[in-house]
Design a protein around this ligand. Structure first.
Ligand code: SF4
Length: 459
């Protein structure tokens, strides 16, 4: 009973978060930066933050994660980190030779008030940035927002620094994939390629954080969107931003900067959200949906039909990132499941809450939603009335274990399982995988709880 002190009695809390349902901003910024080919993420702050952020990503993706740090000590903490960052820019280009350094800040450098654009301009004026190289930045104070905010800000930084419009529209569509797994980014590209649509997906961590074992270490793996292609995003026919919280800001910035119209969609998790993604791609690109995708959709429908009897009426508790939760909730409702408790640690705003409430409006009984909320509150709700299934990241497993609830790992971070970054959960194929995981968890519990007489061979 690791969480034995959680009580069912809920006291009002305003300033205290217990067991947060989020991680810190720079982790998201670092993840986004790794989606640029030849990029060295740089943490402008102390070594402790940097070590934590790198290790969080390594533990989730089970891959080496490169990054550098300004390594603040007492002097920089008092007088500011300009000298450290200038020295770091020198060292990184000399020793590691990246195409771009993507600087993000930490709580410490934000509290000091370091002006990163001013420092980068000084580095440029001092000749510390080679002619064909770049330094970009994102402000990521972690006392606001979450890893989703950090991701969003770094992706917007890519638009601010790189996107250009040269007056010639290209027949390409930009896709901003949201804070999803490298395999999801690959799946989005596969779907677009099946529709014969040329896309620029950014950031793109496929083959960066889910690459093959070759026996040779590459500091800059083959994957990632190149800077040339990032520049071309300004000439696209349109932008599809998947997940308003993680991708909306960059898409709107691209619209304002280069007049590339954007559509902000839910993450394509589950049947209806994938339908919407594919239909929007079809409309914006002016193409038809190929039979191959219609067949994939039919397979997902077939699995839903076969599994529906086990899903119907099951009470589910969800925690995780807001964009994922919205699409996942929509998917569960379509399966006739009952998402009764939903918690995200990321402040998501009134518009988001409205969309979530609209999604669950026909779910029978009371649905509790907290955004932002924490896992202590989620645990208290569960103590008051339990659920049949929990879906969330690794940290939710303590609640599932204490309360003996079937548990499906989904989202970020997942530290205690391996392989998730190789299998998508977006698109029709991703939907099939999610359904298999959910049904396995439910039926494994049924098998465990059945005695010799009631154990079924065929279910
Ligand atoms: S919350 Fe702030 S101080 Fe803590 S690890 Fe994140 S950036 Fe560093």
């Amino acid at each position: 009973m690791l969480l034995k002190h959680t009580t069912a009695d809920i006291k009002e809390r305003k300033a205290l978060t217990v067991n947060p349902a989020k991680t810190c901003q720079p982790i998201g910024a670092m993840y986004a930066a790794l989606g640029i080919h030849g990029c060295m993420p740089h943490s402008h702050g102390s070594q402790g933050c940097y070590a934590y952020h790198r290790s969080a990503l390594t533990r989730h993706y089970k891959e080496p994660v490169i990054a550098a740090t300004s390594a603040f000590t007492e002097g920089a903490s008092v007088f500011g980190g300009q000298a450290n960052l200038l020295q770091a820019i020198d060292n990184i280009f000399t020793v590691y030779n990246p195409d771009v350094i993507a600087v993000h800040t930490t709580c410490l450098s934000e509290t000091i008030g370091d002006d990163i654009p001013q420092i980068v301009n000084k580095a440029k004026a001092d000749g510390r940035i080679p002619a064909d190289k770049y330094v970009i930045h994102a402000n990521t104070p972690s006392y606001v927002g979450s890893h989703v905010t950090g991701f969003s800000t770094m992706v917007k930084g890519m638009v601010d620094y790189f996107s250009e419009a040269n007056g010639h529209k290209e027949k390409t569509i930009n896709i901003i994939p949201g804070y999803v797994e490298p395999s999801d980014m690959g799946e989005l590209k596969r779907i677009a390629a099946k529709m014969k649509i040329r896309t620029i997906l950014f950031p793109d961590t496929e083959n960066v954080l889910n690459g093959p074992m070759t026996g040779r270490y590459k500091m800059y793996p083959d994957g990632g969107v190149t800077i040339d292609r990032l520049k071309m995003t300004g000439n696209g026919m349109g932008t599809l931003a998947l997940g308003r919280l993680a991708s909306g800001a960059a898409a709107r910035a691209l619209d304002v900067k280069c007049k590339v119209p954007c559509e902000i969609l839910n993450l394509p998790i589950g049947l209806h959200a994938t339908d919407m993604f594919i239909d929007t791609l079809r409309r914006v690109a002016g193409v038809n949906v190929p039979d191959a995708l219609t067949i994939e959709r039919g397979r997902l429908l077939d699995i839903i039909t076969d599994m529906h009897q086990y899903f119907h009426g099951k009470r589910v508790a969800l925690m995780g990132d807001p964009d994922q939760l919205l699409s996942l909730t929509q998917f569960l409702v379509a399966l006739d499941m009952r998402p009764v408790y939903i918690v995200t640690g990321t402040p998501a705003g009134k518009k988001y809450l409205k969309a979530l409430e609209e999604t669950v409006k026909d779910v029978p009984g009371k649905v509790r939603i907290q955004a932002p909320g924490d896992m202590y509150l989620l645990h208290q709700w569960i103590k008051q009335k339990s659920v049949d299934l929990m879906i969330g990241n690794t940290y939710a497993k303590y609640i599932a274990k204490d309360e003996d609830i079937p548990f499906v790992r989904f989202g970020f971070p997942i530290f205690d399982r391996i392989g998730h970054s190789y299998f998508p959960t977006v698109g029709y194929r991703g939907g099939m995988r999610l359904l298999e995981k959910i049904l396995d968890a439910i039926l494994d519990r049924k098998d465990r709880d059945s005695d010799d007489i009631t154990t079924e061979l065929v279910m």
